[in-house]
Ligand binder design. Structure first.
Ligand SMILES: [Fe+2]
Length: 487
């Protein structure tokens, strides 16, 4: 069975993770594995790689819930005991809170929660209170304001845009003329927008349509008087360590370790180290990855990282989230690393989910690995992978970390949408792109952190040029940023 599944997925240019394969072989059901093979065959948009959660979702679609074993109840992570008292508040973290089993109704609930959360943000804008439900404006020609999610959109042969707008009360066809100011907005599916316009009546030849004249997004308030927390130390950001990769930069890491243990420059003032994912290189993440690894066991990779962290000053609190190379599920939000992995690390290393919103000594930090940066650079001309902050600004505009559902970044339909940016952070940090960039955007310090992995064969083939070996250091009470280069 294993070989048939591996072959089938290879035909579809993807792979299955070892834990997914094991999970599948443990399923005791008469229709398995035939039904799974059939499901994989039909799916034109399989993720890469196919992980345990994907298989679990497929099984739930096909098999009655009562036929499957109930998922094991998990105790809340013990790491909470390690958090320095009164210093870190966890504002958002999915670890131990995941409810997703992949049923169709969960997707409906998920989208409804996404809409309500984004509506609550956009409603606070001027004109927000004037909005009406779609059911109240249909069959009433005239001016109107609505807050709706864009279900689909396309550009017509004459250059105008047609949309399907929906809210919990109904749906309506939308139209944006190529001459309208609203046309310039680079709209994406699944966005929640406030739209002002005119309802055109159904006249027999022409379906009822909402002609949009103005669009407002959730956006972020301009924070010119951004308050400075009372935070005397510094925070360092580094990411995508990729321990286990044969291009992991040992010498550069060793220079960083010597520096951070010294009293040179900012080193002695660093109180926190933030690592936004891809702590290890993992295994089975892309085809033939094992040829590019010098540690081929994920547990060994984490063990090695734990040793590396033990050599850093123990009074620095190290904050980590997982990325797409780490051992947890690949769908977002990703829970923190499992307890048996956490136990390998010293007590100053803390583990949170991807994404996570934390308040550290009054400073709100939103940490997200950043997989959706690639999706946004495929969809929006102003976003490039070389400049990840361009994507981070688009996320902030839409107040969502993965604005479009169903692209390369897969989302688990949790009861609440953890990817909505409900609260505007002071610091927004991502990784994934292996480049260093910092920008102040309306008072938010946006940081894409560097990597400790030199260019891989895989990246060479795709002409991806990393910018490794750099540490971004922030002094929160002045927002001064410096970058220390160990490359
Ligand atoms: Fe990475």
């Amino acid at each position: 069975m294993r070989n048939r599944i591996i072959r089938k997925l290879a035909e579809k240019n993807t792979v299955i993770t070892p834990d997914a394969l094991e999970y599948l072989s443990d399923v005791d059901h008469p229709d398995c594995p035939e039904s799974i093979l059939e499901r994989l065959e039909k799916d034109e948009d399989l993720p890469f790689p196919v992980c345990k959660d994907t298989i679990s979702c497929f099984l739930n679609e096909m098999i009655e819930p009562s036929e499957l074993e109930k998922p094991e109840e998990r105790d809340p992570p013990e790491r909470l005991d390690k958090i320095p008292e009164n210093k870190i508040d966890i504002l958002k973290d999915v670890s131990g809170e995941s409810t997703c089993t992949g049923k169709v109704e969960e997707f409906q609930k998920y989208f409804s929660d996404r809409y309500e959360r984004l509506k609550a943000i956009v409603e606070k804008r001027r004109d927000g209170k004037k909005s009406r439900p779609i059911s109240r404006i249909s069959n009433r020609p005239g001016n109107a304001t609505i807050i709706a999610m864009i279900r689909d959109l396309y550009t017509t042969s004459s250059g105008n845009k047609m949309l399907t707008l929906e809210d919990p009360t109904g749906e309506m066809r939308g139209f944006i003329s190529a001459d309208s100011d609203a046309f310039e907005k680079d709209l994406l599916e699944d966005e929640v927008i406030l739209a002002k316009g005119e309802v055109w009546e159904n006249n027999g030849d022409f379906e009822e349509t909402f002609a949009i004249e103005e669009i407002k997004r959730p956006g972020i308030p301009k924070m010119n008087d951004h308050s400075r927390p009372d935070f005397s130390g510094k925070i360092a950001f580094l990411g995508d360590i990729h321990v286990g990769s044969d291009t992991f930069l040992e010498d550069e890491w060793s220079d960083f370790r010597s520096w951070i243990n010294s009293d040179e420059g900012a080193a002695e003032y660093i109180e926190y180290l933030v690592v936004p994912g891809d702590l290890i290189d993992g295994i089975g993440i892309f085809p033939d990855q094992e040829k590019e690894l010098n540690i081929i066991d994920v547990n060994e990779q984490y063990r090695r990282l734990a040793q590396m962290f033990k050599q850093l000053p123990e009074d620095i609190t190290i904050i980590t989230i997982p990325g797409n190379h780490d051992i947890v599920r690949n769908t977002e939000p990703q829970p923190c690393l499992p307890e048996d992995i956490q136990e390998l690390f010293p007590p100053n290393v803390l583990f949170f989910s991807n994404p996570a919103l934390l308040e550290i000594e009054g400073l709100k930090i939103l940490a997200y690995h950043g997989s959706s940066i690639n999706d946004l650079s495929d969809m929006l001309p102003q976003v490039t992978s070389e400049r990840p902050v361009t994507a981070m600004k688009e996320m902030m505009k839409r107040r969502h970390l993965v604005p479009v559902y169903g692209k390369k970044t897969s989302i688990a339909p949790e009861e609440k949408d953890y990817m909505v940016i409900d609260e505007v952070p002071d610091i927004f940090v991502t990784g994934h792109i292996h480049r260093t960039e910092v920008e102040d955007h309306h008072g938010i310090v946006m940081i894409n952190s560097s990597t400790w992995q030199a260019q891989t064969e895989y990246q060479k083939m795709r002409d991806i040029k990393p910018d490794p070996g750099k540490v971004t250091i922030l002094e929160p009470n002045t927002n001064k940023v410096s970058i220390r280069d160990f490359s």
